[in-house]
Design a protein around this ligand. Structure first.
Ligand code: ADP
Length: 388
């Protein structure tokens, strides 16, 4: 068990700034919790009090039921991995040496530590061939993976991650987020993750703690609830205008009906007879989408112009087992108005239009309403588990 609990924790810095005000928060063992909020509202200070890099002015923090103020900070930190922005790697040490630092400090023999380090590199999706490089010889995303590998090397039950992915580009960031979710499904560590990005919080967190001005916790809840039922105006404004749209990502698109899509291979384009407004999806030999084509595209093709001039399938794809947000975005961003559902191999399964996605949303909601009514009239003691 490695649950973490804040009880009445306040931190006032010597200059009088109150960074965290009267924080009560219980983080379950094995959960992924995200501290989110605008800059300067006490997220990092709260996180750093967990490994005693910062000492609270008042209140208590317990880890696994033990008040940490009475523990040896060095020992405490050996059980808590720490990942920071831009990885914080030692620049004059190789990847392997960076990853083995903590296990060796903990008394592991160097050879065993190196073997274990290679396994951790596999785990975070890094090629073992990079083990002897120096941090500067890696991309930003690879450095972050080394940072995660280093934090995991000693197999600590708790992982603290302070804006670890904010210095990498959005594509790599999404990859790292997916990797974290995969890792957490395997490892079930107690993870506390700080970000100012609500999208990242919602993607990663099982629970999210929204911090506000003066270091006051505003809401601590499951991400879908923060989006659907922000506790106050501050949270509503922070989670932003697109919150209804974001909330679609918690709903499965599996029940959305797939329509048949007219497809053609590149060789078949010349034989297509299209009217204005007809769209055909060009696919490769494995039925993977290459792009949409309409009558102007076919003409352009005949005129020897690039086949893809009028096509942009990229944004209009989504995995068939994905969520309603992906499905709606695929439909809306597609030049044909049809989002393309693909299977795990990337082959076309069928198409969805925005109206069907919205209808599915309405159907799911109607089901939830009738569940709620049934509970209400059955006089169940409470409607939601959190109120119990
Ligand atoms: P966040 O992580 O949400 O950006 P921080 O915990 O870093 O917020 O900071 C919370 C508040 O405490 C901010 O107003 C910040 O300026 C202040 N602060 C942080 N560290 C110190 C410090 N060492 N001395 C004085 N004030 C600090």
């Amino acid at each position: 068990m490695s649950d973490i609990e804040f009880r009445g924790v306040t931190k006032t810095y010597p200059d009088g700034t109150t960074a965290v005000h009267d924080l009560d928060l219980r983080i379950e063992s094995g959960s992924f919790t995200v501290f989110v909020g605008p800059s300067g509202c006490g997220k990092t200070t709260s996180m750093r009090m967990i490994n005693r890099m910062i000492t609270p002015s008042s209140g208590t923090i317990t880890v696994a039921g033990q008040d940490i103020s009475g523990t040896d900070p060095v020992r405490l930190r050996l059980g808590i991995g720490y990942v920071i922005q831009s990885a914080g790697l030692l620049p004059h040490r190789t990847v392997l040496d960076n990853v083995t630092t903590v296990p060796v400090l903990r008394g592991m023999r160097r050879k065993a530590a190196r073997q274990a380090a290679l396994e951790v590199l596999d785990r975070v999706g890094l090629d073992r061939g990079l083990a002897h490089r120096y941090p500067a010889q890696l991309s930003g995303g690879q450095q972050q993976r080394v940072g995660v590998a280093r934090a995991l090397a000693a197999d600590p039950p708790i992982l603290l991650m302070d804006e670890p992915f904010s210095a990498v580009d959005p594509v790599v960031r999404a990859e790292l987020q997916a990797e974290m979710l995969r890792l957490q499904a395997e490892l079930r560590k107690t993870i506390v993750f700080v970000t100012h990005d609500i999208d990242e919080a919602v993607t990663l967190g099982e629970r999210i703690a929204v911090f506000g001005p003066g270091g006051v916790l505003q809401q601590y809840d499951k991400p879908d609830r923060v989006l659907a039922q922000p506790a106050n105006d501050f949270v509503a404004e922070f989670v932003g205008r697109d919150r209804g749209y974001r909330a679609l990502s918690f709903r499965s698109a599996e029940q959305v009906p797939l329509t048949e899509i007219r497809t053609a291979t590149v060789d078949e384009i010349d034989g297509l007879r299209l009217l204005l407004g007809d769209w055909v999806l060009v696919v490769d030999e494995h039925r993977k989408p290459m792009g949409w084509i309409d009558v102007t595209g076919v003409e352009g093709h005949r005129a020897g112009k690039s086949l893809y001039d009028s096509m942009s399938a990229g944004g209009s794809l989504f995995p068939a087992h994905g969520d309603l947000r992906l499905a709606l975005d695929a439909a809306v961003s597609s030049p044909s108005g049809i989002g393309v559902a693909v299977d795990d191999s990337g082959a076309v399964r069928g198409g969805v239009v925005a109206g069907d996605v919205l209808e599915q949303l309405a159907r799911q909601r109607a089901g939830e309403d009738s569940d709620r009514n049934r509970h209400y009239f059955d006089q169940e003691p409470a409607l939601d588990e959190d109120a119990r």
